[in-house]
Design a protein around this ligand. Structure first.
Ligand SMILES: Cc1ncc(COP(=O)(O)O)c(C=O)c1O
Length: 171
């Protein structure tokens, strides 16, 4: 199948909401009454019919500078046009070092090193591994217990789940 045929085929498949498994959401209830947002600007999301919904939690705590800011959109566009992906194993992009230095300069005390991840889940799993490795390096390798709290959310990796306390959503 050519790319064009493939595109035609994909757009002819009816969108019956079945294929996408919505995370941490009662799927049957959601699909009976879906809540879509299709646009965002500043502190608001917008529904397909143009209704504004104030985004009080900044996405999932990740759009704190506001949605769709012109300067951020321009920086993303410029970056993707220059190099869309740089392999981080055995190679690097100079901007990773620049950003790490800037974060280390902002961070207090002796927080001088930065490890980048793609998500909170990855960050939490990495932090748990660092905690275990820290005690191991100090000769206390029996210290392996990780303590979580009820209703805590630490992402979807096995490490994060093991210290998380989210119960099953009601249907
Ligand atoms: C404390 C905490 N840990 C982990 C995560 C998981 O982040 P992500 O959804 O990017 O994997 C979140 C996300 O909200 C979080 O608030």
């Amino acid at each position: 199948m050519s790319l064009a045929e493939n595109r035609d085929y994909a757009s002819s498949v009816p969108n019956d909401l079945e294929s996408f498994w919505v995370p941490f959401t009662p799927n049957r209830a959601f699909k009976k009454r879906p809540r879509f947002v299709t646009r965002a600007k500043g502190m608001n999301y917008y529904t397909p019919d143009g209704r504004a919904i104030m985004d009080g939690s900044a996405g999932m705590w990740c759009t704190n500078a506001g949605h769709n800011r012109d300067s951020i959109v321009a920086a993303i566009q410029q970056s993707a046009a220059e190099i869309d992906y740089a392999p981080p194993f055995q190679f690097a992009h100079p901007k990773s070092f620049e950003l790490a230095s800037r974060i280390a300069a902002l961070a207090p005390g002796d927080l001088d090193h930065v490890f980048f991840t793609n998500s909170g889940s990855e960050a939490v799993d990495t932090a748990l591994k660092i905690a275990l490795a820290y005690h191991h390096a100090k000769g206390q390798s029996s210290r392996t217990r990780l303590i979580g709290r009820e209703r805590g959310y630490h992402g979807v990796g096995f490490g994060g789940i093991s210290v998380g306390g989210i119960v099953r959503a009601s249907r």
